[in-house]
Structure formats: C-alpha cells, structure tokens
Design a protein around this ligand. Structure first.
Ligand code: 16G
Length: 244
C-alpha cells in the first residue's frame, strides 16, 4: 500500500467506524506528519471525501464527518428470491398462459403498439405452500419466443433461456382490497386488505421486458425497504448503524 492509500484507508476507518456525524477529523498537519506525506496530499484526500459527501469543511474549524442525506431504495428481487430471503419456500401455481394483444396500457408500458402481442401469465405465488400473492405478468412475445409455460422462477427462466437479465424496475405500491375472485385464489375473505404493486421491469439494454401487477395479501406480506445514503453503500466492514 502506498502512503497515499494508507492515508485514505485511515480516513475511511475514522469516518466509518470511529467518529460519528459532525465529529472532527484530525488536523491536516497531524495527518501529514503521521503518514509522512505533504499537506497537499492530505488536502487532496480530503477534497475527494468532500466530493463524495462523506465529510464537510468549516473554514477555520476543520473537517467534519458528514451526516448522510437519506434516500430510499428497494432492492430489485424476484418473488422466488424475496421468499427465500425470508426463509420461506417459494412456489407458483400457473393458472393462465396465453398470447394476447397488449392493449393500450400494457402496450404503452412495454413500448409496443396496442395490437402488439404479449404473453400473459397469471400465477398464484405461494410461500411454504400458502397463497401470498396473485400475479399478472405481461412480456413482449417477440422477446420470449416459444415460452408457453413457467414452472419455477420466471426471472431465472428469462435468464436461462433468453439471456434476459432484469436490472431495473419502475414500481408503484398502493393499498387495495381483494375482489371476490382474487380473494378465493388467495384463500382470504372478499374485500380484505391487500397491497397492489405494479412493476415495469427493464433489462441491461434498458428495454422494457415485463409489466406486472402483483397483489399481496395485506395480512401476510410486508415490504422490506433498505434505507441507504445518497452516496450509495460504502466500502469496508463495520459500518455505523443508521447509515445503511
Ligand atoms: C416479483 C415481481 C414480478 C416478477 C416476479 C418474478 C414485484 C412487485 N413483482 O414478484 O414483477 O414477475 O417477481 O418472480 O416484485 P419469479 O422469478 O419468482 O417468478
């Protein structure tokens, strides 16, 4: 490790593990002496941390650990991954697999004309064998030629067969109630509360590849949201609580 890298590692350690927000870093002069580098080198290292919004400077007072701004992100997962992370066994009952015209709304979401062909899948998703979610999924038929049924994970199948990898999604979440048909499929009383999540998912080339509506039983499902800093996850172990 060069002296410069040692300095950088030391500063990151201070910021991530030793100091709290608004606490002061050692003076530039002390850092320069301790690491046998020029003050200019120290200043450059601090400049970089300032650009990354991990520290801020106060004229005449020194450099302080920044309090990170909060943004919310939801990690993109498939139902299968989501359930496994919760220690539940994912399952799926395929009810419908049909080729249909996209229609205006789904066509718009998938950048197809309303007459464009999509594969519509309706699946009851289970966790440890218990119905958790009713899913309607629409995929541009041209992207998934020959796909007529899905047994396990759709996302795994998309990757295995078509090398399509979902990398980003636009999603909305809102409260709803189950209509009689959905209630019967989810083994819940009619009009019981549910969460409706609508997703448009994009692949690595930013093509829209899926439009889906997932209706979760409100009493069985909760959204887990990772809260992270705007600067993104930081490197290194032993992070401070409250950040990520
Ligand atoms: C999630 C997605 C859904 C996707 C499915 C694939 C939400 C709200 N929806 O349920 O759009 O089709 O995962 O899961 O997250 P699979 O790979 O297990 O079939």
């Amino acid at each position: 490790m060069t002296k410069h890298e040692q300095l950088r590692a030391h500063l990151e350690g201070l910021i991530d593990r030793e100091l709290g927000p608004d606490e002061r870093l050692p003076p530039e002069r002390d850092l320069a002496e301790a690491f046998g580098v020029s003050r200019m080198t120290v200043r450059q290292a601090l400049d970089r941390l300032e650009r990354e919004r991990r520290v801020y400077r106060v004229q005449g007072a020194g450099t302080f650990v920044a309090r990170p701004p909060i943004a919310k992100t939801i990690e993109l997962t498939s139902f299968t991954e989501d359930m496994r992370r919760r220690g539940l066994a994912p399952g799926s009952v395929l009810r419908v697999a049909e080729l249909v015209a996209a229609g205006p709304d789904i066509g718009f979401a998938l950048a197809l004309s309303p007459a464009g062909e999509v594969l519509h899948l309706e699946r009851v998703r289970t966790a440890d064998g218990i119905p958790m979610c009713l899913e309607h999924t629409y995929l541009p038929a041209a992207l998934v030629p020959g796909l007529t049924t899905v047994e396990g994970s759709l996302y795994a199948e998309l990757h295995r067969r078509y090398r399509i990898r979902i990398t980003r999604a636009e999603q909305s979440i809102r409260a709803t109630v189950l209509d009689a048909a959905a209630a019967a499929l989810l083994d819940a009383p009619p009009f019981s509360p549910a969460l409706l999540v609508e997703r448009t998912a994009f692949d690595e080339r930013d093509r829209p590849v899926e439009r889906a509506a997932s209706t979760y039983r409100g009493d069985r499902y909760s959204f887990e949201i990772d809260v992270t800093t705007a600067a993104g996850p930081r490197s290194g172990a032993g992070r401070r609580a409250g950040g990520e």
